[in-house]
Design a protein around this ligand. Structure first.
Ligand code: HEC
Ligand code: HEC
Length: 383
């Protein structure tokens, strides 16, 4: 080996062994996949203006305005308003997501043209709707792997009638057409692609081939002249690249556990946390080799659990107000607020706020010696 090739070999090893950092792509991408990831990041990070289609109602000017901390694709400070009305007395159709009145997401910003036309600063929730849910911005790192988990794997964890009597049921949400849901805090949206495409319209008012029409202002169409850009405001390629970026984002690699964190993992198991926060899910067949038959340390079953009346807000699809999807703990160390509404400022507080089906695990956590509780939290902070 020449000196030069030795240097190259050493450099190559250093690069190949470099720790994967949050925001990096999955390992093992082809050059073409990597190129799509890089171009997709640009679309995800772009700032839309009214001239190119922003609004007239929007929550932020682009995906990267919210999913940005500490890296593109991660968490954000933005908190949204979602609303829906639960009619438990109507079997079959108990959840009204207020689609005809601008729901379920009520945007918090308007373009200057809409402000001038209507004199509003944000979209009003219909009068009489009392339950307004707060939704913090979660990270989407590793979510391509969650999308690649076969339905059968998720359904195998479901136990809607708690036949095993462990106090934990876990039931699937289903989209309006019956498909299994898994994305969003209430697990309503079946595929990552649909969530990504929908987000352009819902979050930024950017119409596209999947969601070709603008929403409404609390049910009324936008006044003439307030939406000058022709539909669709983003083309198929922009959607595909954004989806490639989100899909190919690697899950944050867990930190090397300290001895305390290793003890904490045992405490996590002993407290019954894995009954919902399933440590590892396996993906199925997939056209992308980096997503095919991989293990993902997701710490979720992607199912709904009743977390108690105190945590309840809105219904969503089959999810009742108190049911939420087990939040993946993958990437937890990057979060600065916890639970769907950001109510918990620390992982300990999040555990303390587990009620309903989560109460037993919470009580087991509370009963641990202080050192074991600290160890469990140290473990969570490696994820
Ligand atoms: C205004 C802030 C904001 C913007 C802009 C935004 N998001 Fe989100 N995103 C959120 C919030 C809030 C949620 C959680 C929704 C919920 O709780 O159901 C979310 C959830 C998601 C999820 C599902 C995560 C999960 O836990 O299942 C994906 C995927 C996603 N966003 C992708 C995107 C893409 C792609 C864009 C740009 C087209 C985008 N987001 C723009 C705030 C935002
Ligand atoms: C019955 C199912 C269930 C059990 C058991 C359970 N959790 Fe959870 N966990 C959830 C659900 C559902 C959420 C999301 C709740 C929300 O958003 O309000 C959650 C959220 C969390 C969060 C917040 C994550 C975030 O990013 O917002 C943490 C931390 C957490 N759980 C830790 C634990 C620990 C530790 C245990 C064991 C002591 C445990 N959980 C047991 C279902 C469960």
């Amino acid at each position: 080996m020449t000196r030069r090739s030795l240097v190259i070999a050493v450099l190559w090893t250093v690069v190949a062994c470099r720790r994967q950092e949050p925001g990096d792509p999955l390992r093992g991408l082809s050059a073409a996949e990597r190129a799509r990831f890089d171009s997709g990041r640009v679309v995800f990070d772009s700032t839309f203006t009214p001239e190119v289609g922003l609004g007239p109602l929007f929550n932020a000017r682009g995906c990267g305005a919210c999913h940005d901390a500490p890296v593109t694709g991660a968490n954000g400070d933005e908190v949204e308003r979602h609303a829906a009305v639960f009619h438990p007395e109507r079997p079959g159709l108990p959840c009204d997501v207020l689609a005809a009145q601008g729901g379920p997401v009520f945007q918090d910003s308007v373009t200057p043209a809409l402000r001038a036309a209507l004199g509003i600063d944000r979209e009003a929730v219909p009068p009489g709707v009392t339950t307004i849910a707060r939704r913090t911005t979660p990270d989407v790192l590793g979510f391509g792997l969650l999308d690649a988990v076969p339905d059968s794997v998720i359904l195998a964890y479901a136990d809607p009638d708690d036949t095993d009597g462990d106090g934990i049921s876990g039931r699937p949400n289903r989209f309006f057409d019956g498909r299994l849901g898994r994305f969003g805090r209430k697990a309503l949206v079946p595929t990552l692609r649909e969530f990504n495409d929908g987000a352009f319209q819902i979050e930024s008012g950017i119409t596209n081939p999947s969601v070709p029409v603008e929403g409404t202002v609390s049910g009324d169409s936008f006044p003439a002249g307030t939406d000058p850009a022709p539909e669709p405001e983003l083309g198929a390629r922009g959607l595909e690249l954004t989806d490639a970026f989100v899909r190919l984002l690697a899950p944050p690699a867990p930190l090397k556990p300290s001895r305390e964190a290793r003890r904490g993992r045992d405490a996590f198991t002993r407290s019954g946390c894995p009954a919902c926060h399933v440590p590892v899910l396996r993906t199925g067949e997939n056209p992308i080799p980096a997503l095919r038959r991989k293990e993902v340390a997701a710490y979720t079953d992607l199912l709904l659990h009743d977390m108690g009346e105190e945590r309840a807000d809105i219904c969503f699809g089959l999810a009742t107000p108190s049911e939420f999807r087990t939040e993946p703990l993958m990437g937890l160390r990057l979060a600065t607020q916890f639970l769907h509404d950001g109510r918990a400022k620390t992982p300990e507080e999040a555990i303390e706020l587990h009620g309903g089906e989560g109460a037993k695990a919470r009580d087991l956590f509370r009963a641990l010696p202080a050192a074991d509780r600290a160890a469990l939290v140290a473990f969570l902070k490696t994820l």
